[in-house]
Design a binder for this molecule. Sequence first.
Ligand code: FMN
Length: 304
Amino acid sequence: MSVKAGGLEFKNPVLTASGTFGYGLEFMPYGDLSRLGGIVVKGLSLEPRQGNPGPRIVETSCGLLNAIGLENIGVEAFIRDKLSLLPWDRTAVIVNLYARESEEFGELAAVLADQEKVAGLEVNVSCPNVRAGGVQFGQDPALVGEVTRKVKDRAGSKPVMVKLSPNVTDITVLARAAEENGADLLSLINTLSGMAVDIRTRRPCLANTTGGLSGPAIKPVALKMVHAVCRAVKIPVIGLGGITTAEDILEYLLVGARAVQVGSGNFQSPDKSFQLVRDLENLTGELGIASWEEYRGSLEEWGR
Ligand SMILES: Cc1cc2nc3c(=O)[nH]c(=O)nc-3n(C[C@H](O)[C@H](O)[C@H](O)COP(=O)(O)O)c2cc1C
């Protein structure tokens, strides 16, 4: 079941997605964290953040809309209070980085570069750049390149994964910008921009008015983007978006992903990711999949 990708090693292809699995420790009552392929922790910034006022998460008919606003305890508190309690020697702990300027991304990488308990860094570029008037880093290839380079330069030997935003015209352009500037891996997708309104109160359902859509609704969109990006770059790709079954995981691997992350599925049931590891083992046995190398990207396209 193990997977090697961009300098990282996972005991199986099932990782948890940032922001949907806390700092990992919250899920200890529901399963053995060391059984997971990897844990991507909540996005961390240099300073603690309170995030947006509520309501900041709402369920739609086909997924979740959230505008949490990157609430987190700050990178120093994570290192001091949480990191050692995770089974970092038995599963890959990946820290998701959040910043409002590219310099800050570099500073975060420098703080984490010599933390032996951290396996790798994931750069969340789906956040506004205050220097560029609030434009998301992830929507501008030049900014994606700049942030990737800043993190890579200060990350020491830590593999750097850039997490792409789907809210763009052509995601392969952003994928190449990250690759050309030193990214070791890519992960995609982050949430899709969306909105929900309440016809009775006549208010947006989220205090922030708009938010990010996740869950089963976004899986076909994400799968298409993962398929396209796997063909556009040489570095490994981690796929995510709407995964709730082992079949979903195999779909991502079939189009070329090296591993996956489970996000909103963890809200359906807190033991979801643990269950998916077991289900994937059973399903690969049932389908006679002998190795990931043979299965990955083996999609047979229809002739044109
Ligand atoms: C409540 C919530 C919080 C999230 N926080 C983060 C975050 O801090 N950093 C990040 O890169 N992505 C964050 N995400 C995005 C997820 O990691 C993931 O990319 C997205 O939800 C799509 O996957 P899914 O459909 O499996 O949920 C968050 C998603 C949700 C639902």
